[in-house]
Design a protein around this ligand. Sequence first.
Ligand code: SAM
Length: 265
Amino acid sequence: MRIDVVSLFPEFVAQCAAFGVVGRAVERGLLSIHGTNPRDHAEGNYRRVDDRPFGGGPGMVMLIDPLRRAIEAARSAAEGPVRVVYMSPQGRRLDQETVRRLAAEPRLILLCGRYEGIDERLTRAEVDEEISIGDYVLSGGELAAAVVIDAIARLQDGALNDAESAVQDSFEDGLLDCPHFTRPVEHELGAVPEILLSGDHAKIARWRRMQSLGRTAERRPDLLKGRELSKADAALLRQYREASMSTPETVADATEPAAAGPETG
Ligand code: SAM
């Protein structure tokens, strides 16, 4: 997959993409990231990329033409269809489903605004979709682009090593991930739940599923809204709630299959 970032600070995004999973995806040739600076496509001695807004008011607005030429340069730098995404606080809020959809594209152009944003006419003419990384305002789209690139890189086949497998990650099946523990077993901050040391894979899987369901219900009930739980999941969630009203040990033990009846979904 190829991602072009149109930004006044392309080095910023390149730096973010130089480490960890993203860096490895690039090294392995699964992802290539290219920066295009609209200033390189601006005219005049000052290579101006912004101007005052019509109608008055504070701030500056990014000019159409340098951005348009930068997008065109990025578009024609390689073959194949390109989806142009404007990083914008007014866009659709990024979620894992959107990440999965974008990760399946062969090419993306991520357009990063600065100042008050970009001239609306350019958005209408060139942008396929706007994406926000949350309900707050950043001073530029570069951090948002870096977030999108990181989330996409993890989903490229071969980007993750086994130990980092995305299968159990939060949101993969619409639930939050279960809690994780590593050595030592005993620590002044507490002990690892016994079930995880039992070697009983079926029990461990049930415990993890119960934790995922319980955490999601506690922390992100919106994710469960409208979702019909299978009988087995509903029973696990009941067990989680009952157990969390008693002792922590009970939570760890509450992993016997519940008398749930057959699974429905
Ligand atoms: N005046 C704009 C508004 O209120 O909608 C905000 C402009 S912001 C200061 C400058 C640039 O940062 C935007 O053009 C956009 O590219 C980026 N940006 C800011 N917040 C963002 C967010 N939550 N998600 C994605 N991009 C964001």
